[in-house]
Every structure is written in C-alpha cells, then in structure tokens.
Design a protein around this ligand. Structure first.
Ligand code: HEM
Ligand code: HEM
Length: 173
C-alpha cells in the first residue's frame, strides 16, 4: 500500500519531468534534468522490483464478495488486466529508457556518482528506433493510469462500495 502511493507520486513526477525536459532548449539546465530523470527513473525501477517481489510473496487480498459479485465479468477482467499491464510497464518504461540512453552513448550515472553498465553498445540507428518506444510505453502507462484512477473514482462516488479503503491506512479487507 505504501509502495503504491510512493510510486504513484514518483511515476507522475517522472512522466511530467520527461515531457518538460524534452521541450527545453539545449542548455546546462536541460542536461542536468536529463541526468536527474535517468537516475530517478533507475530508483523507480529498483522500487518496482521490490514491489513485484512483495506482491509475489504477499498476494493481494481477494476482492470482497459483495464488490466482486456486483462487477460484471468484463470489469473483473479489466481489474486484473490493468494491474498486470501496469506491472509490465513499471519495468518496460525504465528499461527502454536505460537501453535508449546506452544506444545514444550516454551512460546512466546514479546520483551523479555511480555509473551503471551500458545495456547495448552505442549505435545511432538503434537509438533512433528506441527513442519513440520509451515515449510510447510511458504514454501507454499514462493511459492505463487514467483508466485506473477513473475506475477507482467510479467505485468511490457512484458504486460507493468502499473499494478505496483497501488502499488506505487502517483497511479492513
Ligand atoms: C501513477 C499512478 C498509479 C499507479 C501506477 C497505480 C497502480 C496500481 C496497481 C498496479 C494496483 C494493484 C495493486 C498492486 O498489486 O500493487 C493498484 C491498486 C489500487 N489503486 Fe492504484 N495506481 C495509481 C494511482 C491511484 C490513484 C490516484 C488512486 C485513487 C484515486 C488509486 C486507487 C487504487 C485502488 C483503490 C487500488 C486497489 C484495488 C483493489 O483493491 O484491488 N490508484 N494501483
Ligand atoms: C520510470 C519511469 C519513467 C517514466 C514514466 C519516463 C517518462 C518519460 C517521458 C514521458 C519522456 C518524454 C518523451 C518524449 O517526449 O520524447 C521521457 C524521456 C526520456 N527518458 Fe524517461 N521515463 C522513465 C524512466 C527513464 C529512465 C530509467 C531512463 C534512463 C535511464 C530514461 C531516459 C529518458 C531519456 C534519455 C529521455 C529523453 C528522450 C528524448 O530526448 O526525446 N527515462 N521519459
């Protein structure tokens, strides 16, 4: 639950920073933000690995019967499908960013101190093909997050079934 809210805030910030920094003119400030985006993204990747490990060792509590039985089959499928697709993108987005940086010939230096290995050798052609994929994956994640938040708000305001309490401190189910 705490990782959910921490990573929700971090992913929104990473998305906004990505859009903002790519629109800046070439300058030392742009370079600095690119480096921040890269090492902050690697921190998000590490926290996502921790989150996946936690999820695999601590399965999510089943939906309460009252809520599950009120949902048509397509909604139950969308519920699980969205969560699985999000988990996939938690890894695909930063790894595509990392492999793009390597192909572009710019290593990732965590906290400006610890250089990480390059995932592929520098290649302008590969970099050109990978650049739009990082953006596309981030946009897909953004679209899924909007659907996810829309569904959470619908459960809270229209169904009024208390689903939201499962993600808040002091939850009962
Ligand atoms: C970047 C933003 C967000 C991401 C990436 C995200 C992702 C996820 C994921 C992957 C799950 C499944 C639980 C797990 O296994 O970790 C989940 C559950 C949940 N999220 Fe989010 N979330 C985000 C923002 C929000 C927001 C803003 C809300 C509320 C308005 C929300 C409400 C919920 C609720 C209520 C659940 C529990 C559903 C259940 O009980 O099965 N999430 N979220
Ligand atoms: C973890 C979550 C991440 C999110 C949500 C994210 C999101 C984004 C977004 C939305 C953009 C703007 C795309 C565009 O308009 O072209 C972007 C650009 C970029 N990202 Fe990420 N990113 C993440 C992680 C990473 C990581 C880990 C790296 C590298 C280690 C990275 C490297 C880059 C680079 C180099 C660009 C600039 C591409 C260009 O010049 O157009 N990102 N990112």
């Amino acid at each position: 639950m705490w990782l959910h809210w921490l990573l929700a805030a971090a992913l929104v910030a990473m998305f906004a920073l990505g859009i903002y920094m790519t629109d800046l003119p070439f300058s030392p400030a742009r370079l600095k933000l690119y480096n921040w985006h890269k090492w902050a993204g690697m921190t998000v990747l590490a926290l996502s690995a921790l989150r996946l490990l936690w999820r695999l060792t601590h399965p999510a509590p089943a939906l309460p019967v009252t809520i599950a039985s009120a949902m048509p089959a397509w909604q139950r499928m969308a519920h699980h499908g969205t969560h699985h697709a999000l988990y996939l993108l938690f890894f695909a987005v930063p790894v595509l960013g990392w492999v793009y940086s390597s192909a572009a010939g710019f290593p990732v230096v965590v906290f400006g101190m610890l250089p990480l290995p390059d995932l592929v050798a520098a290649s302008p052609d590969l970099a050109d093909s990978l650049k739009p994929l990082h953006k596309l994956a981030a946009l897909a994640m953004g679209a899924l997050v909007l659907m996810h938040v829309g569904a959470a708000v619908k459960h809270q305001l229209i169904d009024r079934d208390g689903l939201m309490h499962r993600m808040l401190p002091g939850r009962k189910a």
